[in-house]
Design a protein around this ligand. Structure first.
Ligand SMILES: [Zn+2]
Length: 232
């Protein structure tokens, strides 16, 4: 035994992460512009995803109103499913999903998970002993809308540490999504995601799907988030 477990390609899972589509209806956070893509760009990328031989899991973060206006109709037309991670304090505010729109997404069979109440870093909240409250508070809001237990979470800003993961484990989450690059094993509790940003095209996304574990270096160069993480 060498200690290295080689996972067959077929057992690898790739997950894509989208944020806003079209024109933002709210004031963006600092540096958020690059996480927004055009309506046509989104539709072209989704067509490329659907026609690619590798199946990708799809996720949408931040509960922008574009989840309902642009993502849901296209997903339904292409007969695809996606998970939606919601910032519950933003529900029913301008530019974000309304409770009714979120209910419609849920009714369409799309799983809904938590992205926190506030979008504050869970690493910061865990350090202040406030992560439990953030998670239970957001889960309560979501459960009131969907009538289902919240079992999945996406890490705001992709930030986490051991303490964050320990809280999520203790609260019984079935799966947690980061924005670390690359593919994940089928059995992984913590799932990596490829974040689709403004510079992406059907070709860049297809190239990632062709070879999810080998595009990490190139992605690191353009990912400020990972650069920051590397400095910590
Ligand atoms: Zn987010």
């Amino acid at each position: 035994m060498t200690g290295t477990i080689v996972t067959p390609r077929s057992r690898r899972v790739v997950t894509l992460c989208f944020h806003g589509i079209g024109t933002p209806g709210r004031r963006l956070e600092h540096g958020e512009e690059r996480f927004w893509i055009g309506v046509d760009q989104f539709s072209d990328i989704m067509e490329a995803i659907r026609s690619h031989p590798r199946q990708a899991d799809l996720t949408f973060d931040d509960s922008n109103e574009s989840d309902f206006l642009h993502a849901l109709p296209l997903l339904q037309r292409l007969e695809l499913s996606a998970r939606f991670f919601v910032i519950t304090d933003r529900l029913d505010t301008v530019g974000s999903l309304s409770s009714e729109q979120l209910f419609a997404i849920h009714e369409a069979g799309m799983p809904v998970g938590t992205h926190g109440m506030t979008h504050e870093s869970w690493r910061d909240l865990a350090a202040l002993q406030m992560l439990d409250e953030e998670l239970t508070g957001s889960a309560q809001v979501l459960e009131n809308i969907t009538r289902l237990a919240v079992t999945e979470a996406a890490l705001p800003r992709g930030e986490y540490d051991r303490q964050v993961l320990a809280v999520l484990r203790r609260q019984g989450f079935d799966r947690v999504y980061s924005v670390d690059e690359g593919a994940s094993n089928h059995s992984s509790w913590l799932r990596s995601r490829y974040t689709v940003i403004d510079h992406d095209t059907p070709s860049t996304v297809s190239a990632f799907l062709d070879n999810p574990d080998h595009s990490i270096g190139a992605r690191l160069l353009r990912s400020a988030k990972n650069v920051v993480k590397g400095l910590r």
